[in-house]
Design a protein around this ligand. Structure first.
Ligand code: DC
Length: 221
C-alpha cells in the first residue's frame, strides 16, 4: 500500500524545500504540483496564447507532456515536451500569470488526474494548494504551512537570489499577495486548509525544525 503525504499552503511558506527533504528522508517521490501549473503557464506564454483563451489553454494542457524528473545530483527538474524548463518556470512573468491558468477548471482536471496517477504508483510527498483538501483527500498525513507575508517575501527573494534570477522585492510582494488572493478565491479547489491537516506556522522556525515536526508526526503514527 502506498502512502501519501500532503503539504499545502500559500506561496513562499517553505513547502517545496520542506517537502523535498521530507520525501528524501522517507524515500518517497516528491511531487511539486506548482511546477506543473508553472510549466503549462510557460507553454501558454511561449505559444503567445492570451490568458482569456480558456478552451485553447485546456487543449494545450492535454497536448503538453509535463514531467518531473530527478537529475544525477538528485535535483528535481521540470520538463515540458522534453525541454528542461526548471529555470524558466521561476521567471517573474510565469509567477505573475500562473494563478490565471491554474483557476481554469479544465486545466485543474487535467493536472489533478496526473497528480492522482502519480500517487497510485508510488508513495509520495506532494506539495501544492489543494492536495489535502481535493487531490488526495485520503492522504495518510496532511500538513498546512503558513508564514507571515513579509517572511514569505523574504524567502522568495532569497530563493531567486540563489538562482541568480533578477527581481524587484516590491514586485515580489505584490505578486505574492495577488497570487494568494486569486488562489484563495477561485471557484474550483481553492487554497484552503483541509479540516484534518496539521497547521504549522513557519514564520519563526528553521527548515530543520519544520522537517523534524513533520517527520515526528509521520513516524509517531
Ligand atoms: O507552489 P508554487 O508557488 O510554485 O505554485 C504556483 C501556482 O500554481 C500557485 O500560485 C497556484 C498554482 N497551484 C495550484 O493552483 N494548485 C496546486 N496544487 C499547486 C499550485
Amino acid at each position: 500500500m502506498f502512502v501519501s503525504v500532503a503539504i499545502d499552503g500559500p506561496a513562499g511558506a517553505g513547502k517545496s524545500t520542506v517537502a523535498k527533504i521530507v520525501a528524501d528522508r522517507l524515500g518517497y517521490l516528491y511531487v511539486d504540483t506548482g511546477a506543473m501549473y508553472r510549466a503549462l503557464t510557460w507553454k501558454v506564454l511561449q505559444e503567445g496564447l492570451p490568458f482569456t483563451e480558456e478552451e485553447e489553454i485546456v487543449r494545450l494542457a492535454h497536448d503538453t507532456d509535463i514531467e518531473l524528473k530527478y537529475d544525477d545530483r538528485q535535483q528535481l527538474r521540470v520538463f515540458c515536451d522534453g525541454r528542461d524548463v526548471t529555470r524558466e518556470i521561476r521567471q517573474h512573468q510565469v509567477s505573475q500569470n500562473v494563478s490565471q491558468v491554474a483557476r481554469i477548471p479544465g486545466v485543474r482536471r487535467r493536472m489533478v488526474e496526473l497528480q492522482r496517477q502519480l500517487a497510485r504508483t508510488r508513495s509520495v510527498v506532494m506539495d501544492g494548494r489543494d492536495i489535502g483538501s481535493y487531490v488526495l483527500p485520503d492522504a495518510r498525513h496532511k500538513f498546512f504551512l503558513t508564514a507571515s507575508l513579509d517572511e514569505r517575501v523574504r524567502r522568495r527573494c532569497q530563493q531567486l537570489d540563489e538562482q541568480n534570477i533578477p527581481f524587484d522585492p516590491e514586485a515580489i510582494k505584490k505578486e505574492i499577495k495577488e497570487r494568494d488572493e486569486m488562489d484563495r478565491s477561485r471557484a474550483v479547489a481553492p487554497l484552503v486548509k483541509a479540516p484534518d491537516a496539521r497547521l504549522i506556522d513557519t514564520t519563526c522556525q528553521t527548515i530543520d525544525q519544520v522537517v523534524e515536526e513533520i517527520i515526528t508526526v509521520i513516524r509517531g503514527e
